[in-house]
Design a protein around this ligand. Sequence first.
Ligand SMILES: Nc1ncnc2c1ncn2[C@@H]1O[C@H](COP(=O)(O)OP(=O)(O)O)[C@@H](O)[C@H]1O
Ligand SMILES: [Mg+2]
Length: 396
Amino acid sequence: MTAKIVVHNLVKVFGPRPRLALERLKKGWTKKEILQKLGQTVGVNNVSFTVNEGEIFVIMGLSGSGKSTLIRCLNLLNKPTSGEIRVDGENIVEYDHNQLRKFRQEKMAMVFQQFGLLTHRTVLGNVEYGLEIKGVEKNKRREIALDALAKMGLKGWEEKMPQELSGGMQQRVGLARALANDPDILLMDEPFSALDPLIRREMQSELLDLQSKLKKTIVFITHDLNEAFKLGDRVAVMKDGSIVQIGTAEEILNNPSNEYIAEFVKGIDRTKIVRAKDIMQRADALVSLKDGVRVAIKEMQDNGISSVFVVDKERKLRGIVTIDDCIKAVKEGHSLVEILKQDYYTTKEDAYIEELLDLGVKTKYPIVVVDEERRILGIIVRTSILAGLLGNTNQD
Ligand SMILES: Nc1ncnc2c1ncn2[C@@H]1O[C@H](COP(=O)(O)OP(=O)(O)O)[C@@H](O)[C@H]1O
Ligand SMILES: [Mg+2]
């Protein structure tokens, strides 16, 4: 893993005497005391974290906890009061005017909650805007903008004005505009919070799809825990300007670092958080097509199981055989291929338990987790779905 953004002891104070506030913070004053005694607001209080290249790093917290202040520090829309922000190893806090302009044009793009589109420009004009400022030649920028819009499903809408589009579509334009610059890093400040729940879920899934292709480094802000856990490779929880816990959804759910987070995660629906890959086991017992019936029987006996999955030489799933069918096949001289059954269920590693509950009830066999090529990644037995629901998913 390569570190893309490293934030070290970042502080942002709003007020006329930030240095004084900083001094008092170092002496142990709280955000509340600084507000009461100095009349200044600590937006971000001594925050440190690393965002890895290619990950979606979510910053989650209630309104007023400092999320926007923090993300606006990352592109220096807010000038930090103290601390370092290293991007690809360079401390951007020390950048001069030119370096900063170049950095914003080339490395980072931001998507805002209220879309932030220019109302007097067409959809296409909005997406072209950043490229125009960057000095990209006219035909070239049109080509790039059209392509970005097409990728966001907005073909045919290029000449409309933003106001003519629904909220969801306006935010697609926002995303297209951000992606047109092909930045390494996407900053997203509650980009879906203004959208209806259904559209919102759709956009979340699309973002995940998009990310699996683009592999940007994304810092995503939300006040919604479900959204945080759905999207985040890791989640940082903020309170009163500080980060109170950083971890994967699993880690935070299973080991909330304090009462505040425990309270926060109490109402969470695990079926929408825990994924197939979190609860799958290694498929230790497998039989290869070329091995034949007798090997299959031995494999089942050795592992104390009554059915076993059959794969080809590339480990791609071909079917399942039962012990009874195998014994019969030996007697009647049938081969493994002839007794293969297909009445099992497969799933993808990113599927949520929610989708597996139903299968878990219906199936006679373990559910098989396969990749795009139907190679077996693992299997899920009924009890591990239950364990996943109860929060006990350590089963190796
Ligand atoms: N420009 C500003 N001037 C003064 N105070 C600010 C400014 N921006 C944010 N704050 C304060 O900083 C704190 C954190 O705000 P913000 O980062 O917007 O929280 P969030 O995005 O988590 O809702 C709040 O107390 C807010 O009032
Ligand atoms: Mg905010």
